[in-house]
Design a protein around this ligand. Structure first.
Ligand SMILES: [Zn+2]
Ligand SMILES: [Zn+2]
Length: 234
């Protein structure tokens, strides 16, 4: 291809030549802590690799019925390697990362029943969208919706502006996020099974709050997929 000649494919993270545009090189791929089995069958929480937990293992949170969504999947663990990709993607305009991230997220969906009717990126407050210029979750949601062959819903839910949650604990995050979402178009939500898309899951407070307003508006199921998730030892 002439484009490959003019712009040879290179790893988006380190510029090493690769065979396909947008894909990671072998070293960068190996540096990510991809989540494989065994993991929680419901929320995708990764377990130590040497645990034999049988057919449908559940983490303590899901075993006690407190999972934020009907199911959640993450491509990799939030650590130095994934943070090194995620922060420039989210705050540094590196939107070209969306390609390998969304592909990894589609891979993360390989063991769930994909019956979602719509794909919905976690909304960004307008004020934040204005400053950042893009909603990173929407960049990830587009290729996922395309791969699943379902509609993407961008403006059914609005998000009010709240200050950054960067250094808050779980309780403070839950308080900060409460009441932040409102359903602008209930007809787009009612009776639907919705797959939420976000770049990172930390405490799960955002998903939990979004699910609450979606179920209130008549959604029948709410799932989630993220690029990376915080995974503390349990
Ligand atoms: Zn690389
Ligand atoms: Zn779980």
């Amino acid at each position: 291809m002439i484009l490959d000649f003019l712009f040879p494919p290179a790893c988006p993270l380190c510029d090493t030549p690769v065979s396909t545009h947008g894909e990671l090189c072998a070293d960068c791929w190996a540096s990510m802590n991809w989540i494989d089995n065994p993991k929680c069958a419901k929320c995708g929480y990764p377990f130590a690799a040497d645990l034999d937990l049988g057919g449908t293992p559940l983490c303590p949170v899901c075993a006690s019925g407190k999972c934020e969504l009907d199911w959640i999947r993450a491509a990799c663990v939030y650590d130095d390697a994934s943070r090194g990709a995620m922060l420039p993607f989210k705050h540094g305009g590196q939107i070209k990362y969306a390609r390998f991230m969304s592909r990894a997220m589609i891979w993360a969906l390989r063991d769930v029943v994909l019956d979602a009717d719509i794909v919905m990126p976690v909304p960004l407050a307008n004020r934040r969208l204005f400053h950042r210029g893009y909603n990173q979750a929407a960049l990830l949601a587009r290729p996922i919706a395309r791969a699943l062959g379902v509609k993407i819903e961008l403006d059914a839910v609005r998000r009010a502006y709240r200050p950054d949650m960067g250094h808050k604990n779980a309780r403070e995050r839950a308080q900060n996020i409460h009441g932040v979402f409102s359903v602008a178009r209930p007809d787009a939500v009612r009776g639907r099974k919705i797959l939420l898309v976000d770049d990172v899951m930390t405490t799960g407070a955002t998903f939990s709050e979004l699910r609450r307003v979606l179920i209130d508006a008549g959604a029948v199921a709410v799932y989630g997929v993220v690029f990376c998730r915080v995974a503390r030892a349990i």
